[in-house]
Write a protein that binds this ligand. Structure first.
Ligand code: SAH
Length: 321
């Protein structure tokens, strides 16, 4: 999954109407503006620390960053910009959208001093997952095999029962447990940095919360190409591979590392709470010809039938903030 996505993001133009999928910041400037307002508010409540860094993980075309930074500047917040991006193609687009950007291959090279304002929109869903499958012989890793020249799923040969946490004793045969150690590792480092350096992180993605004790089984791996869902093995390296984000797991990792994970909320509640409806009304008032575009965007971002409920937001703060 990791290799397929690295190839996919570096060789194609995935995001936008002409690409494979559209993300919230590409729907409307209002999305990035609300993120900018939220982070400005967090920064002001921390006592407006300096230096301060804007950090975005997987910034796509740089649209969210440009919209958020424009709003921040209106409140006197002009952070140094650090973009964590693996794809050279997308880096070129980001450089155009935001001059004076410092690029990073991963989060280990982010600055060690100064508060961090971190944003990750549709980043965690692209990180690789692992799956464990319950077979008649016990739990095994679910692996990728080759059958008649075609990729397929296959249960690994090594017993994995010892890797299964308590609470799954009654799992039915074929049950699949999904985890993402890559996501946990990124969340852990961000949380430690927030705790040590101060700051806030906003993680926005499609995913779920779960009761910690209640098992959740099934594969959420999916592939998207040309705005259509396809099989995960149909076009490796040419389709976007994602899995739903386990927000309960991310919040727990952040809390275990000493940061303060605020409750997970839906994207609709998050955007409405920050005043997106007032912002939409102001945009329509100043540009009446944009009414239809703005109203459609508001509905796509907030309504439960569209992105409003499937997408969730987790905010993490350094303790004492
Ligand atoms: N946040 C953007 C783009 C989402 S697509 C938006 O909302 O429009 C996922 C982004 O994460 C792309 O920029 C992709 O290149 C980047 N990405 C995916 N896996 C990555 C990894 N392991 N390291 C760095 N960037 C990664």
């Amino acid at each position: 999954m990791g290799e397929s996505n690295a190839l996919y993001y570096s060789e194609t133009r995935p995001i936008g109407a002409g690409g494979d999928f559209i993300t919230a910041p590409e729907i409307s400037q209002m999305f990035g503006e609300m993120v900018g307002i939220c982070l400005t508010d967090a920064w002001q409540k921390m006592g407006a620390p300096a230096p301060v860094h804007y950090v975005e993980l997987g910034p796509g075309r740089g649209t969210l960053a440009a919209d958020a930074l424009r709003v921040m500047a209106r409140f006197g917040l002009r952070p140094q910009v650090h973009l964590v991006e693996g794809s050279p193609t997308l880096r070129a687009a980001q450089r155009q959208a935001i001059p004076h950007t410092i690029f990073h291959d991963d989060i280990t090279t982010l600055p060690d001093n100064g508060a961090l304002l971190v944003v990750a929109n549709e980043f965690f869903d692209a990180l690789p997952i692992h799956q464990l499958v319950k077979t008649s012989a016990g739990w095994r890793e679910r692996m990728v095999g080759l059958e008649d020249e075609a990729l397929c799923f296959a249960a690994g040969s090594k017993p994995m029962d010892a890797a299964i946490p308590a609470g799954h004793e009654d799992a039915p045969d074929e049950a699949i447990l999904e985890t993402s150690s890559a996501s946990a590792a990124v969340m852990a480092e961000i949380a430690e940095r927030l705790e040590g350096q101060g700051g806030a992180a906003l993680i926005i993605d499609y995913g779920y919360e779960r009761a910690e004790a209640a098992p959740r089984y099934g594969s959420t791996l999916q592939a998207v190409k040309g705005h259509e869902k396809i099989g995960p093995f149909d076009a490796p390296g040419e389709a976007d591979l994602t899995a739903l984000v386990d927000f309960t797991a991310l919040a727990k990792v952040a809390a275990d590392r000493g940061a303060h994970a605020l409750g997970v909320m839906t994207q609709g509640d998050f955007l409405r709470g920050l005043g997106i409806e007032a912002r939409a009304a102001a945009l329509i008032k100043s540009s009446p010809e944009r009414r239809e575009e703005v109203e459609t965007a508001l509905s796509r971002l907030c309504s439960p039938e569209e992105m409003g409920e499937l997408f969730k937001v987790l905010m993490v703060l350094g303790r004492g903030q």
